[in-house]
Design a protein around this ligand. Sequence first.
Ligand code: CTP
Ligand code: MG
Length: 237
Amino acid sequence: MAAHGPRTVAAIVVAAGSGERLGADIPKAFVHVGGKTLLEHAAGPFVAHPDVDDVVVVAAAEHLELAGALTGLDVVAGGATRQASVAAGVAALDPQIQFVLVHDAARPFVPGVVIDAVLAALRAGAEAVVPVIGIHDTVRRVAADGTLADTVDRSTLAAVQTPQGFRREVLVEAHEHGLGLAATDDAGLVEAIGGRVTAVPGAEEAFKVTTPADLDRARSVARLRSAAPLTMPGGTP
Ligand code: CTP
Ligand code: MG
């Protein structure tokens, strides 16, 4: 994190979900991957980024202390939905903050270049920015009776990742307006107030851990990253 000057960029890491689809006996953010929790992995690239001045973690009320002890960061209590959790993070922002990055604790390996790209787009004037990646699978609609319907043109589709970036006032307004709405993410809320959302390149490594198979993938990435045990003679692989 930057040490001097005005504090203009904050990241909000939302970690207040329960992780139902993962099915672990603890909330997803506290599941360990290669010796660290998903939350610690996910917050790391923002803490390390020279342009990010503040990092706020949003955790379930009963895990505030644990999240603070693990990360050493400011932690606020989340809500029943992701949207409510982001709103809690927004409410805790320092008044000086102009740009806000909203990131899922469930995405442990966001490359610094994706943070760079989101911030660059904001600095170039975008009000909302989402990282996207192409879709490799063939995508088909499925009718209610289970019959395959039309193939969707993949070249017009993208999968949306985080961190999503926002001009602070746009995010605040989108959340105020969105109180009664249920959007899947903050970019959706910005669109609901007529805002324009800009896409920048995301990264395969920024995948989200949703299911046990995703957790296996995260654990193998962590193993590859800590290369030392693989190269030590006689070491366990
Ligand atoms: N999140 C949150 N508060 C909620 C719900 C979700 O902060 N009430 C966060 C999660 O902790 C996660 C991110 O939003 O980092 C993306 O949500 P998702 O992957 O759906 O996580 P969970 O909601 O925990 O998982 P599931 O939907 O399988 O229960
Ligand atoms: Mg969820």
